[in-house]
Design a binder for this molecule. Structure first.
Ligand SMILES: NC(=O)c1ccc[n+]([C@@H]2O[C@H](COP(=O)([O-])OP(=O)(O)OC[C@H]3O[C@@H](n4cnc5c(N)ncnc54)[C@H](OP(=O)(O)O)[C@@H]3O)[C@@H](O)[C@H]2O)c1
Length: 318
């Protein structure tokens, strides 16, 4: 790929719909603004938000025009940057794109230099691409919203998923007791990531448990605050990833309560990516891949995530 090209290959869609709306075509290379990076994309990954936006499910929350390039996760090489910035041309980086509608599934992507972080030499583009959105969500949910502390009891609902698998490892890095909830097939996977105990949601409802937790992190967005309240310890916090009007009301109403609840929205942040690479370098964070697809077959990758992987991230390679 020639960085001086004015056009590039990208995966685009011109209307909401199923994965067949995704097509590869030639589009202009995005223009880099002040304090921004132009990154040659080597790999990206598919998150549920990508197909939820593509299908139109989120159109009330995320308006915006067409055509759109999907994807928020980027791993690649900086082609252009501000000379005075902390990141330079040639650096291997990952980024959680700060554009509202994505833009990662292309030859090149732009983002603020604040939302990218250098990659350790030992972290491949393929594995790095799996980290930004899901890893940031897990970190911000536990650290900023759950206010995690050493010794806390943490329950992670949806622990085998893209977000949950990072959450188990992050909570263990804080020396917490971690209870993982997923389908029975993922018991061994969750335990292998460090979970101390496992609940199969098909046979056990954690809200009926005699146990209590400092943090109930619903990475899957499948439970509710009012049900989970009974298993929160005093001062405990319920954090969900599922954005909804009901969830936003719950966030406001429960804010003053001793047991509060909130729906979080992940925010791109380079410092958080550096915190995640630090965990990786210290051997406290591993990345599990389900499969890789060529960028030109983004539609198959979307279908794979949409129909449910056993566990692990689905990565797109340029
Ligand atoms: N608010 C935000 O900023 C934000 C950011 C990132 C993600 N999200 C949302 O978070 C959710 C999870 O994302 P992800 O990437 O982790 O998805 P994912 O990789 O598809 O994982 C989904 C997880 O949910 C589990 N699950 C399915 N049904 C369940 C149930 N009834 N009870 C408990 N767990 C259940 C799955 O377990 P099994 O596979 O074992 O069934 C799996 O562990 C998505 O809805 C996504 O849109 C929101």
């Amino acid at each position: 790929m020639n960085p001086h090209e004015t056009s590039m290959q990208a995966v685009v869609y011109d209307d909401y719909g199923d994965a067949s709306v995704l097509r590869r075509t030639q589009v202009p290379v995005p223009e880099r603004g002040r304090d921004e990076l132009l990154i040659e994309v080597r790999a990206s990954s598919v998150n549920p938000i990508d197909y939820r936006i593509r299908s139109g499910e989120m159109k009330g929350l995320l308006p915006g025009g067409f055509p759109r390039i999907p994807g928020y996760d980027v791993a690649g090489v900086i082609i252009e940057s501000d000379e005075r910035g902390p990141l330079h041309v040639g650096d291997r980086v990952m980024a959680f794109l700060d554009s509202v509608v994505g833009g990662a599934c292309a030859d090149f992507a732009v983002c603020s230099s604040d939302v990218a972080a250098k990659l350790p030499d030992t972290l491949s583009f393929e594995h790095a691409a799996a980290i930004p959105l899901a890893g940031t969500t897990a970190l911000q949910s536990l650290r900023d919203h759950g206010r995690i502390r050493a010794g806390h009891r943490v329950l992670i609902n949806g622990a085998s998923g893209g977000v949950g698998a990072f959450a188990i490892q992050i909570a263990k890095s804080y020396d917490c007791h971690v209870d993982a909830v997923a389908s029975g097939e993922n018991r061994e996977f969750c335990l292998s990531l460090g979970a101390d105990h496992f609940y199969d949601y098909e046979t056990t409802d954690f809200v009926q448990s005699d146990e209590c937790w400092n943090i109930v992190f619903d990475a899957a967005g499948k439970s509710g605050y009012w049900d989970s309240r009974s298993v929160l310890l005093d001062g405990g916090r319920y954090v969900s990833t599922e954005p909804s009007v009901k969830g936003m009301l719950m966030t406001i109403l429960t804010y003053p309560l001793a047991k509060s609840g909130m729906v979080m929205l992940a925010k791109p942040c380079g410092d958080d990516l550096r915190a995640l690479t630090d965990l990786y370098e210290r051997g406290k964070l591993t990345v599990t891949l389900d499969s890789t697809f060529p960028m030109s077959d983004a539609a198959s990758a979307h279908r794979r995530v949409e129909t449910g992987v056993d566990h692990g991230k689905v990565v797109l390679l340029n």
